[in-house]
Design a protein around this ligand. Structure first.
Ligand SMILES: C[S@@+](CC[C@H](N)C(=O)[O-])C[C@H]1O[C@@H](n2cnc3c(N)ncnc32)[C@H](O)[C@@H]1O
Length: 251
């Protein structure tokens, strides 16, 4: 969970990402799942947030269980009353769900939130044990070559709805020996009527990965890597590919 995490993150999450193309992303994932494991019916989503991908996947005929560490995000997801979607509070590093799944997915760089080798190995092992025979684990992560080639620059994002304006400043701090970038956010929320504003910081440590690193993790945790491609475009990853999607199959 991000440091300085508070309920504002979940309160404003959907507004911050209202222009994110969840529909295309969920359709891409559904297509990928059907191409590598056509019999897939039930999906476990790690770091499901407020259920935006799950809503589209459930509408497409899958059932989805969404594991999410933030109780506030889970509450938001429950408010949406998505048929076929069960959001639950839990940590993706170490979880126990009394069910096995055909596919486990983790979207929008959630695996990059696991910054230590121990956390990653725990997550991959636990995920393996929750998959049916031949089941698949699909996730996207920050890709090391792009992080180094493009660098990570300060960014500003502004969003608004009828009531509030959000301004989010993101300042990255690289830890080169850890493959981790701390994304330091400063978030300002202003009420449009009263013009009163609140401001708070948030720190998201994000790990980036090379392909051999994920291949090694897969080897250690009982998976075979069956696809490695740019998220959404399916292109070969290159120095400008920020998000790489990996498809692992349980051995
Ligand atoms: C960038 S958001 C992505 C949410 C959702 N997948 C989406 O695409 O909208 C990252 C999410 O991962 C969750 N998360 C991070 N680390 C986690 C962990 N160890 N266990 C469970 N959830 C975690 C955060 O609480 C947050 O909701």
């Amino acid at each position: 969970m991000p440091e300085n995490f508070n309920s504002n993150y979940s309160r404003y999450y959907d507004l911050l990402y209202k222009n994110k193309d969840y529909k295309s992303e969920a359709e891409y994932i559904a297509k990928l799942i059907r191409s590598v494991h056509p019999q897939t019916k039930n999906i476990l989503e790690l770091g499901a947030g407020t259920g935006n991908h799950a809503a589209i996947l459930c509408n497409d005929g899958f059932t989805v269980t969404g594991l999410e560490r933030s109780a506030e995000m889970v509450a938001k997801a429950k408010e949406k009353k998505i048929e076929g979607f069960t959001p639950v509070v839990g940590d993706i590093q170490d979880y126990s769900i009394d069910q096995k799944f055909d596919a486990v997915i983790s979207l929008f760089h959630v695996i990059s939130y696991l910054t230590s080798n121990t956390a990653l190995i725990d997550c991959f092992n636990t995920t393996n044990s929750h998959l049916n025979k031949g089941g698949v684990f699909i996730f996207d992560v920050w890709y090391t070559p792009a992080v180094y080639v493009q660098g990570s620059e300060t960014r500003i994002k502004k969003m608004e709805d009828d009531d509030i304006e959000i301004t989010r400043l993101a300042q990255p701090e690289a830890h080169y020996n850890l493959n981790v970038i701390d994304v330091n956010y400063e978030i300002i929320i202003q009420d449009k009527k009263t013009r009163l504003a609140e401001q708070y910081p948030e720190k998201h440590p994000m790990r980036h990965f090379s392909i051999p690193e994920i291949n090694l993790l897969a080897l250690l945790t009982g998976f075979e890597v069956i696809k490695t491609e740019e998220f959404l475009t399916a292109a070969n990853p290159g120095e400008n590919t920020w998000g790489v999607c990996f498809v692992l199959q349980k051995k």
